[in-house]
Design a protein around this ligand. Structure first.
Ligand code: AMP
Ligand code: GLY
Length: 426
């Protein structure tokens, strides 16, 4: 089979690397891709936000049998609907199902209606009402722009001053554009053992009937060591989550995963694809922080290397509604991903700096924001490379990843040195 993956980042490179292991994959394509995806796939220069352009490409390339749509924006824009509309087979949710991520107000209303545990919240499209509610609740409080905002539309406000400023920023100054026309005001959740509360990402395959969680992982969202600095798309991940237990898995399956799949069906928007559960362990049990309608980035980089089963077999089982028949197997051990970013990320950063990569041992260098210019590998984004290492445990994987990081450089390269050391239990 010939398979095309839509997206440009480390997540897409990681998906292509996993698909490359499939016995049934003949040729891989990536729309638009980066310098890393170009090594294993044919990059296709088509704007994946333009449904007409994507359809025209698909019609002109009947040799491509299967499409994997991964980033939030094209999913929210209905690229899966567009491709399915011309008879193409896809992995990824429809526009209606992708609302579970593209509208936080939709997601909160869904959880409220179907009794899925999450932080108490209220939604507003009027600044005055929102301000009144924020004042009645007091700080700390969480403000979330309703729409997609590159992972930056969430403000954790410790004081009432921060909350009032944040509300103004989102709703009046429109700091996140139209994503802030509506706002979700949420109770600030506490963790069971940690502050800020302990979080785990659980990605799951679902065909709308069956849901199968992948191994768990943990992200590091802040830019700098010790969770300092701004929220980013993710500065590093590790798998599996140290505080995960069989009991938590069962609680999450019964109280969160199965009810979410049923809720989406009841709303007439069955979800097929990868459903991402961002969860917090709280004194009142596991709660949903957010849903994503797609694979996480950089969670995918630590989850897929542990997958033993053929990824294309799983994707097709999801498309065909046969997931219940699949036996999905995972390696034991652990995986760590350290994100190497451009200096100044996530605010402003240089592009076009030459990258040198030396000996990385048996680590995998996954590309995110990279390009080839004048025959040289150069930076082309905020998050540039992901160094991925496997080990018997997180400590071993972490040591391998950081040993490899020492042999990679460019002007202004920045990374966190504490990936993988949080939530060590016992
Ligand atoms: P989100 O984009 O919704 O995942 O939010 C980004 C980050 O903000 C999450 O990963 C959490 O660390 C934090 N966060 C979001 N909502 C809450 C909440 N209600 N209570 C505490 N922390 C939260
Ligand atoms: N790493 C968080 C996300 O993919 O949204």
């Amino acid at each position: 089979m010939n398979v095309l993956v839509i997206g440009n980042g480390g997540r897409e490179h990681a998906i292509l690397l996993a698909l490359k292991k499939s016995k049934r994959v003949e040729k891989l394509y990536c729309m638009k891709g980066n310098a890393g995806t170009a090594q294993i796939a044919q990059n296709v220069d088509v704007d994946f936000m333009d449904a007409e352009a994507v359809k025209a490409f698909a019609l002109a390339n009947p040799q491509i049998d299967y499409y994997v749509v991964t980033p939030d924006d094209p999913l929210a824009a209905g690229i899966v609907d567009a491709l399915e509309g011309i008879g193409k087979r896809c992995f990824g949710p429809t526009k209606a199902a992708a609302r579970i991520e593209s509208s936080k107000a939709f997601a909160k209303a869904l959880m409220q209606k179907y009794g899925i545990p999450t932080a108490k919240s209220a939604t507003f499209d009027n600044y005055g009402d929102a301000l009144e509610y924020v004042r009645s609740q007091g700080a700390p409080i969480v403000l979330k722009a309703d729409g997609l905002a590159l992972g930056k539309g969430v403000l954790i406000c410790k004081t009432m001053k921060e909350a009032e400023e944040g509300l103004k920023e989102i709703m009046l100054d429109m700091a996140f554009g139209r994503a802030g026309e509506k706002i979700v005001v949420e109770e600030c959740m506490r963790g069971l053992k940690y502050d800020p509360g302990e979080e785990v990402s659980v990605l799951a395959f679902t065909d709308g009937k069956t849901i199968v969680p992948m191994i768990t992982s943990c992200d590091h969202k802040r830019a700098f060591d010790g969770d300092k600095g701004l929220n980013t798309g993710g500065m590093g991940t590790f798998a599996p989550c140290p505080f995960w237990t069989e009991e938590l898995a069962e609680e999450v399956m019964q109280k969160i995963m199965l009810p979410t799949v049923a809720a989406m069906n009841a709303e007439g928007a069955p979800f097929k694809g990868c459903l991402y559960f961002g969860l917090m362990r709280t004194p009142d049990g596991m709660k949903v922080v957010e849903y994503n309608s797609r694979f996480g980035d950089p969670e995918t980089q630590v989850v897929l290397p542990m997958l033993k089963t053929d990824l294309l077999d799983i994707f097709e089982a999801v498309t065909d509604g046969r997931l219940a028949d699949m036996d999905i197997e995972w390696e034991s051990g652990a995986c760590v991903c350290v994100v190497l970013a451009s200096g100044g990320y996530p605010v402003s950063y240089n592009k076009g700096d030459e990258i040198t990569i030396g000996d990385v041992g048996d680590c995998t260098v996954v590309h995110a924001g990279t390009a080839v210019k004048g025959g040289k590998l150069v930076t082309n984004g905020g998050r540039v490379l992901n160094v991925v290492a496997k080990g018997r445990d997180i400590g071993e994987a972490r040591a391998k990843a950081y040993a490899a990081v020492k042999n990679i450089s460019w002007k202004g390269m920045q990374y966190r040195t504490d990936i993988g050391i949080k939530y060590r239990e016992g």
